[in-house]
Ligand binder design. Structure first.
Ligand SMILES: [Zn+2]
Length: 206
């Protein structure tokens, strides 16, 4: 049963005015710039506040500003299993990203194959569908394995010992969705849907 969350906001943040990641950014013609790692952190920090207010234990897999390598993120997450003397199935590794490629909508990824993460991903997708409905934002699905989550060999999904999912929260290089991602109210909404899904996963004894 999941009782501890590992937050993994993807890429780096902005440190002393400098974005810590090469790429993973977009500059629109109107002069607006967006840095994925900063958005991922904006969402994760709000989610962390919600977890704190509810007393749900969580850890960050990465530095809050620097861009921690994927192997260090995974190594830290896996070390928690030993250090906290908990079972891997008591953790949820939650990687938070935004998408690129000028598409639209959200995606939820798990590792390849049917694992505990698939059930968790399904709970997140249901929550995201409900929360985004009023904005007309929909999910991008892959039904090849019979469910809506996408499956990938992403390092943080395949190398973590615990159930792991990765959320792609809209497209940062799509002008409409970039505007959403830069909006503090929308970041709080996205954090809130992650939080509600976490609560359902914990309550549902997944
Ligand atoms: Zn990313």
């Amino acid at each position: 049963m999941i009782n501890t969350i590992i937050l993994d906001p993807g890429h780096g943040g902005i440190l002393n005015g400098k974005y810590q990641t090469e790429g993973k950014q977009y500059h629109f013609e109107d002069g607006t710039s967006i840095y994925e790692g900063e958005v991922n952190r904006g969402i994760a920090f709000r989610l962390a506040e919600m977890l704190v207010s509810d007393g749900i234990p969580f850890y960050y897999a990465c530095d809050l500003s620097h861009d921690t390598s994927l192997s260090n993120r995974v190594h830290y997450a896996n070390s928690l299993v030993t250090n906290l003397k908990k079972k891997p199935s008591e953790f949820l590794y939650l990687s938070i990203h935004c998408n690129a490629g000028h598409g639209h909508g959200f995606e939820v990824y798990t590792s390849i194959g049917d694992t505990l993460a698939d059930k968790i991903a399904e709970t997140f997708i249901d929550e995201f569908e409900d929360s985004y409905k009023h904005l007309g934002i929909t999910g991008r699905y892959d039904y090849l394995d019979g469910d809506k989550d996408k499956e990938s060999n992403f390092f943080v999904l395949s190398r973590t010992k615990m159930p792991a999912i990765l959320t792609e929260n809209l497209f940062f290089d799509n002008p409409i969705e970039a505007e959403y991602l830069l909006d503090p109210t929308m970041r709080a909404l996205i954090a809130g849907m992650h939080y509600d899904a976490i609560k359902k996963v914990i309550k549902g004894n997944i």
